[in-house]
Design a protein around this ligand. Structure first.
Ligand code: 1PR
Length: 523
C-alpha cells in the first residue's frame, strides 16, 4: 500500500494511475493519522511554494511529515515535494520549508527560457535502487523555475544541465526526492516508481553515466476536440480553422484512442483543445473531463487542456471562477491548462488601464498552480501593411510580401476560434501574458493551420525574441523537414502538429527518427 499526500493542488491522478498500473493500491491522506501510519509515502508537490506551505501548515501536516521522514520509512518527494525538504525558497521569502536537508531553493538565473520545461537527462552521482534497469541515457520530464541547492553534497543523487548544472534528485537513506516527474516520464518514469516501491532492490549504477545532459526539443501531438452534428465527441482538424468539409465537422477519430496511440508512438506531450469551449461552459461539458480521466489511465506524458477557461456565470446566476474550472481539469489528469480567448481580453484590459489587478485568470491560476501550469494559446493571423509607421501594433518586415506587394505585417490576435479579430498583436499579447504569470506560449497561426506549408518562422522568431518563457511552434507542419527547419531557424523549444498525425501522413516516431543526430530529441 502506498500513501499519497494530496494537498489539493495540481494533478495527483497521474501519480495514482502510475502506481496502480504497477499493481499497488493507493491510499490518499485524509488526516494526520494517515501520514503517521503510512508504510511508504509519496508527496507529489505541484504549484507554488507558498500555497503549498500554507496548506500544509493549515492542515497541521508539518510535524507528522517530519516524523515520517525521520522514521526511516520510504519517502518519495516529487518536484515541490523535493523543494519542501529544504530550509527555504526564493519563491516564498520568509516561509520555512521542512528543513530536513540544509540548503535553499533558488530560481534559475540563466540565459535560457524559464521555466525549464521538457525532457532532460540525469548525471548519476551515486548508486541507488532507483536506477535498477536503467541504461543511464534516459530522459525524464521536468517542469520548474526553481531548483534545490543542498549544502551537503553527499545527498545529491543526480544532477542535470540547463544553463547550469543543478541538483535534479537527492537521496539520504530511504528519503528520495526528484525534481523531475516520474509519473510524466513515460516508461522510464514507471520503472523509477517501481524501483522506489521495491525497497529490497540492490543499489546500482547504470551502465552509461553522462557528464552533461541536454534538454530535448519536444514533439507535441494536438487534438482539437468538439462535438459533431451527430452529438459525438470527435477529434477534428481545421483548414485555416475551418473544421467543416461538405458541411460536416471532419471526424478524424476518438480523443482517448488517438492520445494513447500518440503516446505509444513517442509523443512528448499531448494537447487537447476543446475548440468550441468559448461557447459552452467547461464544467457543463463533462465529456472533456472524462477524456482526461480516461487518457491519464494509460498516458504518462504531460497533458494540456484548453478551451473555455475563464470566469463564468451560469444561467441561474451562479458564479464560477476560472480557478474552479481548472481545478476540475487538474483533478481529472491535466498538467497544464491553456487559455486562448480570455487571454486576449485580459491583455486588452491591461493595455487600457496599465494596471495589474491580480484578479485575471492568468494571475490567479499561476499563483495557485505555478506559472508552468499556465499556457497561453494564441490564434493570430497576418495583417499586411505598406509601411511600419502605418499602425501601432508590433510590425515585422516579411520575406513573403502581401497581395499588394506589402513588405510589412503584424499578427492580429483573434478570439472565439479565430472568428473575431482584435486590435492587439501576438507579440504584445505574449509579452503581457508573461508579465501576468504565464509559463509557456502555444503559438498557432491561422494562415498556416492545416496547410502543410511549414511553420511560420517569422511569427515564431518575433514572439520568441520578445519573451523569456518557452514557446511551442504550431500550425503548418507538413513533413519531417519542417520540424527540423523550425528548430534550426528559431529558438522554439517544441513543435506541435495535428493534421499530419491524424491523417496518418507521418508518425511521431518518423519525425523523431528524422531529427535524431540533427536535433536533441527523446528516444
Ligand atoms: O479561446 O480559451 O476557448 O480556447 C480555444 C482553443 O481552441 C484555442 O487554443 C484555439 O487555438 C483552439 N481552436 C479554436 N478553434 C479552432 C479551430 O481550429 N477552429 N483550433 C481551434 C486551433 C490550432 C491547433 C492546431 C495547429 C496544428 N487549432 O490546435 O492543432 O494549428 O495544426 P496542423 O498541424 O494541422 O497545421 P479558448
Amino acid at each position: 500500500m502506498i500513501t499519497l499526500l494530496d494537498y489539493g493542488a495540481g494533478n495527483v491522478r497521474s501519480v495514482i494511475n502510475a502506481v496502480e498500473i504497477l499493481g499497488e493500491r493507493v491510499k490518499i491522506v485524509e488526516g494526520i493519522e494517515d501520514i503517521l501510519s503510512a508504510e511508504k509515502l509519496i508527496f507529489p508537490g505541484v504549484g507554488n511554494f507558498i500555497s503549498m506551505i500554507r496548506i500544509l501548515r493549515d492542515k497541521n501536516y508539518f510535524g507528522p511529515i517530519k516524523e515520517f521522514l525521520n522514521s526511516g520509512r520510504p519517502f518519495l518527494g516529487i518536484c515541490l515535494g523535493l523543494q519542501v525538504l529544504f530550509e527555504e525558497s526564493e519563491e516564498a521569502p520568509g516561509a520555512r520549508g521542512l528543513g530536513i536537508f540544509r540548503g535553499k531553493v533558488k530560481r534559475f538565473d540563466i540565459d535560457l527560457s524559464v521555466p525549464h520545461i521538457g525532457w532532460n537527462g540525469i548525471n548519476i552521482k551515486k548508486p541507488s535502487r532507483l536506477f535498477s534497469g536503467l541504461s543511464g541515457l534516459e530522459k525524464l520530464y521536468f517542469v520548474h523555475s526553481y531548483h534545490v541547492v543542498p549544502e551537503d553534497r553527499h545527498v545529491v543523487l543526480t544532477t542535470t544541465d540547463y544553463g547550469i548544472e543543478f541538483v535534479s534528485s537527492v537521496q539520504q537513506g530511504n528519503v528520495i526526492a526528484t525534481q523531475f516527474h516520474p509519473e510524466k516520464s513515460g516508461k522510464t518514469g514507471i520503472q523509477l516508481l517501481k524501483n522506489f516501491i521495491e525497497t529490497d532492490l540492490p543499489k546500482s549504477i547504470p551502465p552509461n553515466i553522462s557528464s552533461k545532459t541536454h534538454l530535448a526539443k519536444r514533439i507535441i501531438a494536438c487534438l482539437d476536440v468538439r462535438t459533431n452534428d451527430q452529438g459525438d465527441l470527435v477529434v477534428t482538424k481545421g483548414d485555416r480553422y475551418d473544421v467543416r468539409e461538405n458541411g460536416n465537422v471532419r471526424n478524424l477519430g476518438k480523443p482517448v484512442e488517438l492520445a494513447g496511440k500518440y503516446y505509444q508512438d513517442g509523443a512528448d506531450e499531448i494537447a487537447f483543445l476543446n475548440i468550441t469551449g468559448f461557447r459552452d461552459f467547461p464544467l457543463e461539458d463533462m465529456p472533456m473531463l472524462e477524456v482526461l480521466k480516461q487518457t491519464s489511465l494509460n498516458v504518462f506524458v504531460p497533458l494540456t487542456i484548453g478551451g473555455g477557461i475563464r470566469d463564468y456565470t451560469d444561467k441561474n446566476g451562479k458564479y464560477y471562477s476560472s480557478l474552479d474550472v481548472v481545478s476540475e481539469y487538474f483533478r481529472s489528469g491535466a498538467d497544464k491548462i491553456s487559455i486562448g480567448s480570455d487571454a486576449v481580453l485580459i491583455v486588452e484590459d491591461y493595455l487600457k488601464t496599465g494596471k495589474i489587478t491580480g484578479q485575471s485568470s492568468i494571475e490567479r491560476i499561476s499563483q495557485v498552480y505555478g506559472n508552468q501550469a499556465v499556457v497561453i494559446s494564441i490564434d493570430p493571423k497576418r495583417v499586411y501593411v505598406k509601411s511600419p509607421a502605418a499602425v501601432r501594433q508590433h510590425i515585422i518586415e516579411t520575406e513573403f510580401p502581401g497581395p499588394g506587394g506589402e513588405t510589412y505585417c503584424w499578427y492580429q490576435c483573434t478570439i472565439k476560434g479565430g472568428r473575431e479579430g482584435r486590435e492587439v498583436d501576438a507579440v504584445t499579447l505574449a509579452k503581457v501574458c508573461e508579465k501576468l504569470g504565464a509559463g509557456e506560449i502555444l503559438l498557432n497561426c491561422i494562415d498556416r493551420d492545416g496547410t502543410n506549408m511549414g511553420f511560420d518562422l517569422e511569427l515564431i522568431n518575433a514572439v520568441k525574441s520578445a519573451v523569456s518563457i518557452p514557446v511551442i511552434a504550431s500550425s503548418g507542419a507538413g513533413c519531417e523537414a519542417h520540424f527540423y527547419e523550425v528548430f534550426a531557424r528559431t529558438q522554439a523549444e517544441s513543435a506541435l502538429a495535428a493534421g499530419i498525425f491524424h491523417r496518418k501522413e507521418l508518425s511521431v516516431k518518423a519525425v523523431k527518427d528524422y531529427l535524431k543526430g540533427k536535433v536533441e530529441v527523446r528516444n
